[in-house]
Design a protein around this ligand. Structure first.
Ligand code: NAD
Ligand code: MG
Length: 390
């Protein structure tokens, strides 16, 4: 039995992880569930999965939940009522829960850094969906994981594809990573045609159904930029050896090229449950119900170069990766704030990448920032961006 602490259980990755747990009740068990504030769904998850600990980041919502789970509605609940906690203290308690073997980090944003570090220090393996954590603190997390002998198993579909393609291969013979991208819903449009994009337009992803923030990031190519930096840390490859290839059908989930020119890829119909399962059961492969790729029906798989002139989000990520130090934190923190403002209709679509560019050009890089410096820079920049558009 593998015991899981699930950070971000009410989100897109969180709910799909619970579908996997539901399919393998003899092998997977959830010990902790956490969310930001959606306690309605969390309550249903508590009834079904009976965790020991539940965490709601929002303190008022946590109190509300605690009251509800002690009410008669839960009277038929035969298990011990779970402990309820809130805030960062709660997230860290879930990440370090003694009964958990693996922590699946599916919270959105840099909020995941401290729980991830705490989980590694407590010797837990990490199934990592929360890419923002690795982008901003990869230089802390990767050596820490090595020192504690814990595995960082990718959940992001591209990184899982790379991980699967590298299985059994000599990493020293890895020449480059070919990171695939769908190109997002606005592929082919020019900058002038993007200025009036609304949150509703940008929330329609052609191939994947995901949380709001990552869907916007996919449309601006910032998601691909974050993934370049995520791949750097996960596979120890510099950004210049990571080539982004647009493959609009999202059939090839990524590829690796070796010194002899050979390329290995992982393909399949788009379904996040495969990378989630691969991380939870690694190195075992399990049955996953769903549509199979039928090459007789598949009409084409096409390739393009990413358009970094009209979608500068990706180019800026390579610049941030090249600069290193605190620059990826600037890239990520400014994006998090800008996307949140865009979703609340406070700024326009093009302001997202423009603000990242502007903040990066005025930032004085701190080399090898420690955790406090990373969180301080995040805080300062998010404040600065919010004030700029007040
Ligand atoms: P989502 O918005 O659907 O869910 C986010 C989860 O985090 C929710 O459970 C929410 O309650 C929780 N959360 C938000 N703020 C929180 C806070 N302050 N404290 C505690 N919990 C908080 O997001 P998602 O699409 O599931 O993405 C989660 C992570 O996985 C992101 O880092 C994303 O980039 C990554 N990812 C997602 C997908 C996908 O298909 N959705 C694919 C690859 C990678
Ligand atoms: Mg991805």
């Amino acid at each position: 039995m593998k015991n899981i602490s699930l950070l971000g259980s009410t989100g897109s990755i969180g709910t799909q992880t619970l579908e996997v747990v539901r399919a393998y009740p003899e092998e997977l068990c959830v010990k902790a569930l956490t969310c930001g504030s959606r306690i309605g769904l969390l309550k249903e998850q508590i009834k079904e999965f009976k965790p020991e600990l539940v965490v709601v980041f929002d303190q008022d919502k946590a109190l509300e939940l605690e009251k509800e789970i002690k009410s008669p509605e839960f009277s038929s609940y035969e298990e011990k009522i779970p402990e309820v906690m809130s805030g960062m203290e709660g997230l860290i308690a879930a990440a370090t829960l003694s009964s958990a073997d693996i922590v699946l980090t599916a919270v959105v944003g840099m909020i995941g850094i401290r729980p991830t570090i705490a989980a590694i220090e407590a010797g837990k393996d990490i199934a990592l969906a929360n890419k923002e954590t690795l982008v901003t603190a990869g230089h802390i997390i990767m050596p820490l994981a090595k020192a504690h002998g814990v595995k960082i198993l990718p959940v992001d579909s591209e990184h899982s594809a790379i991980f699967q393609s590298l299985n059994g291969e000599d990493r020293k013979a890895l020449d480059k990573i070919l990171l695939t991208a769908s190109g997002g819903p606005f592929r082919g449009r020019r900058r002038e045609e993007l200025s009036n994009i609304t949150p509703e337009d940008a929330l329609k992803h052609p191939n994947w159904s995901m949380g709001a923030k990552i869907t916007i990031d996919s449309s601006t190519l910032v998601n691909k930029g974050l993934e370049v930096m995520e791949a750097q840390w996960l596979f120890g490859v510099p950004a210049e050896q990571i080539q982004v290839v647009v493959q609009p059908q999202s059939i090839i989930h990524s590829m690796v090229q070796f010194d002899d020119g050979g390329i290995i890829a992982q393909l399949g119909t788009p379904d996040m449950k495969l990378p989630i399962m691969y991380a939870l059961f690694y190195p075992e492969r399990k049955f996953l119900e769903g549509e199979r790729l039928d090459f007789w029906k598949l009409s084409e798989i096409t390739f393009e170069k990413p358009d970094t002139d009209n979608f500068p989000g990706l180019r800026l990520a390579y610049e941030a990766a090249g600069e290193g130090g605190s620059m990826p934190t600037v890239y990520n923190a400014v994006n998090e704030e800008a996307v949140s403002l865009f979703l609340r209709r406070k700024i326009g679509y093009l302001d997202i990448a423009d603000t990242i560019a502007c903040c990066m050009s005025s930032h004085k890089t701190v080399n090898n920032p420690d955790l406090d410096q990373i969180l301080m820079i995040e805080n300062e920049l998010r404040g600065e961006v919010a004030r700029r558009f007040e």
